[in-house]
Design a protein around this ligand. Structure first.
Ligand SMILES: [Zn+2]
Length: 460
């Protein structure tokens, strides 16, 4: 079960696709990346180091961050008081061999010995057995997957080259901030004495890490231990679905990622994504809007998309459609003011006449001032209906049953709201017009080339 879950999340991110498939083929006990809304996992390899690890522990304490340390057995043996401190301060201690040597150059029995010896050292200091293992350089051999090793292999989803001094604090900070996000397993090093590392590199790491933790605090993100993150994944609602539903969800998440990438979709609140949007030109029939304005073909609109993963999570956690509706309304209430703020600051967005979306769950958008209109019959309406019925049968609390009973009610509708109305509601004003640059004009010409895509906009 866990295997399938891991696999689903691997395929949902591009860069993890191939390594994910490889670990699936070669074994299944590898953890690289988690899920979560506000949690990421800091992991530190090669320590403990008598100079840098205590400084690191001070920093983690200051930000109330929990981390996972993959310690080298020989270093642990020389610094038992640091291991004890890690343990007492609530961090997780994992194994990183007794000496920092790659498993490819050791016989399986030797690797086993390396793990056991380090495990015993940790146990003698903390009184607790460690079952988490990261092989040096992340290089695993086939035997590492053996069940008899009784360890969970933990790799990473982001590494930064922080073991080199020449990378510099600025560049390292930049790299850390780019990767900072929910579910990431970040690999850093608190010791500079291993082969290939620079002795003073951890000094840079500590400065960059402090800056990142400061930013994480602002964004409401926090670092948790790897075992906690694995636990979160095991509790994910995906686990309770049938195989075919999981497959649909997996493909659907891949599709969303492709779509967001291809059409440069922006997210209103990246730390906790719910609404995504893009600016494009309206292609439909003329519509008289509530405020008297007329929307015609070629007018700019802000097309809204609801985050599929969030929609799925809300759907499976809701006991009834009424509860789902309430939860979605709550989320809309959080994101719409932020969108209004963004429009008030962005001259291009402010040129849009209306907010636009397509949805089958259409009892509620009126609450926010959306008009609900029929989609003109055609291939777009039909393909949207098809796509949304599959989607709804997976995420809706009543599942496919509801579709069979009330299929006539589930017709995709178009939702529209004049941008001026949203701004009025939120007490915002359109920004002042400025002279457009040449690039802007070119970009706008491109907008009109993009064709309508079926079934990708869902607004409740
Ligand atoms: Zn290492």
């Amino acid at each position: 079960m866990q295997t399938l879950l891991l696999w689903l999340f691997y395929i949902s991110s591009f860069y993890a696709f191939i390594p994910g498939m490889i670990s699936r083929i070669f074994g299944y006990r590898v953890f690289r990346k988690g899920i979560g809304r506000t949690e990421f996992a800091l992991t530190f390899d090669d320590g403990p180091d008598p100079r840098y690890t205590p400084q690191l522990l001070d920093l983690l304490k200051q930000y109330d961050a929990k981390a996972t340390f993959f310690v080298v057995g020989a270093h642990a043996e020389q610094n038992p008081e640091i291991i004890k401190r890690m343990y007492d301060e609530g961090h997780l201690i994992g194994i990183h061999n007794y000496v920092h040597k790659t498993n490819w150059l050791m016989r399986p029995a030797t690797v086993k010995q390396q793990i056991k010896r380090t495990g015993d050292i940790i146990y003698s200091i903390t009184g607790e057995r460690s079952t988490y293992y990261r092989p040096p350089w992340g290089i695993v051999n086939l035997f590492d997957f053996s069940k008899r090793r009784q360890v969970q292999i933990v790799l990473w989803s982001a590494m930064f080259g922080d073991w080199k001094e020449k990378l510099g604090v600025e560049r390292l900070t930049e790299k850390l901030l780019t990767k900072l996000g929910p579910g990431e397993v970040m690999l850093l090093h608190d010791c500079g004495t291993t082969l290939g590392a620079d002795p003073k590199a951890p000094e840079h790491m500590l400065i960059a890490l402090e800056r990142m933790l400061e930013e994480a605090k602002k964004r409401g993100l926090r670092s948790i231990r790897v075992d906690e993150m694995i636990q979160h994944m095991q509790n994910s609602p995906i686990q309770q679905l049938s195989f075919s539903k999981r497959l649909v969800v997996g493909l659907w998440l891949v599709w969303e990622q492709c779509f967001q990438f291809m059409f440069r979709i922006k997210t209103i609140a990246p730390a906790d994504p719910f609404l995504h949007y893009r600016l494009r030109k309206y292609q439909g029939d003329p519509v008289q809007m509530d405020n008297g304005e007329r929307l015609i073909k070629g007018d700019k609109i802000i097309e809204l998309h609801i985050d599929n993963r969030q929609l799925f999570e809300l759907g499976v956690h809701s006991r009834s459609s009424a509860q789902l509706a309430i939860r979605m309304i709550r989320r809309m209430e959080k994101d719409l003011p932020v969108l209004a703020e963004r429009i008030a600051e962005d001259i291009d967005l402010a040129e849009a006449k209306a907010l636009y979306g397509v949805s089958m769950l259409n009892r509620g958008p009126e609450k926010f001032g959306f008009m609900v209109l029929d989609l003109p019959d055609g291939w777009f309406a039909r393909s949207t209906k098809f796509y949304l019925s599959i989607l709804l049968s997976v995420i809706h609390p009543a599942g496919g049953a509801r579709l069979k009973v009330r299929s006539e009610v589930l017709v995709p509708k178009m939702m529209l709201m004049p941008v001026s109305q949203l701004l009025d509601q939120m007490n915002k004003q359109r920004p002042q017009k400025q002279v457009k640059s040449r690039e802007r004009i070119l970009e706008e010409e491109q907008l009109s080339l993009e064709a309508e895509l079926p079934g990708v906009t869902v607004v409740h």
